[in-house]
Design a protein. Structure first.
Length: 312
């Protein structure tokens, strides 16, 4: 096909699908097998696409990524083109709800209304309209949903420790950052009503904690166990919802570590205040998880490719 695709001719969508396959497979040989053609023929088709684009699209010899920056830009455009065509076909058929693809995502309760809306909006820009079904859950049940294929993806804070059995093919991509911040209701002076204890001699402080099984709780406990302050905290409230703990902090009940994404506005308005130094904030990674087996479906593979291109 090389030399058969002058720049003044319309572009064959087959070549764009070749590029998407290459971006997903990671090398020419695997992409050729996926597309059902020989390696040399696939290489000629990619070179023909490069001739049309007028630039290199493949990072030949690189182990980092099969596509150049220009290749990733064209692949993102290809996903949008396919999404536009799918949606247009649905409109022409007068039944868009039947043609739209459904994506099921399990998400932490806090992330479902902090980071998830932005993530879905970014994916829609890249992949077009889809039906999104969100199941709010905590880390372990969310991973179980992935394993049993009750969910295509899971959005969660990076877990501590080993993955559960049967998750050897788990894939993840970082899609955001957050931080756990020690906070308290303020005194009239603006100082915290409850501050993080800095030494064993300080009085014990009432503590609002996460329920067992929550990723935020596991991350926080792992850090606090290494600090002297943990023995000076006594739990008076436990919840599996950060919003509930947030409400109790505002009522002045105790000290808590809450996601910055959840409390940023309250901090700016002074409704709650920091209970420790900013340098002691606990950075946390937010990741989107899926399984290799899930990506056998073109529907979920397209979403994963978009996320990898946007955030990876």
């Amino acid at each position: 096909m090389a030399g058969l695709l002058p720049k003044n001719l319309d572009l064959d969508l087959t070549l764009l699908r070749d590029l998407l396959a290459l971006g997903q497979a990671g090398n020419l040989s695997q992409a050729a097998r996926h597309r059902g053609i020989t390696h040399p023929a696939f290489g000629r088709r990619i070179r023909a696409l490069e001739d049309w684009a007028g630039t290199a699209l493949v990072e030949r010899g690189s182990r980092r990524s099969p596509l150049t920056d220009e290749g990733r830009k064209l692949a993102a455009a290809a996903r949008q083109i396919e999404a536009i065509l799918r949606n247009t076909r649905a409109v022409l058929a007068h039944s868009p709800e039947q043609a739209l693809q459904t994506i099921t995502i399990a998400a932490g309760r806090t992330l479902s209304h902090t980071l998830l809306p932005r993530l879905v909006a970014d994916i829609r820009d890249a992949c077009g309209d889809m039906i999104w079904k969100v199941k709010t859950t905590s880390l372990r049940p969310g991973l179980e949903m992935l394993r049993e294929r009750w969910a295509d993806f899971m959005l969660g804070h990076a877990p501590e420790g080993a993955m559960p059995p049967g998750m050897e093919d788990l894939l993840s991509c970082s899609v955001g950052r957050d931080a756990l911040v020690a906070v308290s209701a303020p005194l009239v002076s603006g100082y915290p009503k409850y501050a993080v204890p800095q030494s064993p001699s300080q009085p014990r402080v009432p503590y609002l904690s996460y329920a067992p099984g929550m990723a935020l709780g596991a991350i926080l406990d792992n850090v606090l166990q290494r600090q002297a302050c943990r023995d000076r905290l006594f739990t008076i409230y436990e919840a599996d919802l950060a919003d509930s703990i947030h409400a109790m902090v505002r009522q002045g009940v105790g000290l808590a570590w809450l996601p910055l994404s959840l409390i940023r506005e309250d901090l700016l308005q002074g409704r709650i205040v920091r209970a420790g130094a900013k340098t002691e904030d606990i950075d946390i990674d937010v990741r989107l998880y899926t399984r290799q087996a899930t990506l056998e479906d073109a529907r979920t593979r397209g979403v994963w490719e978009a996320v990898s291109a946007l955030y990876g």
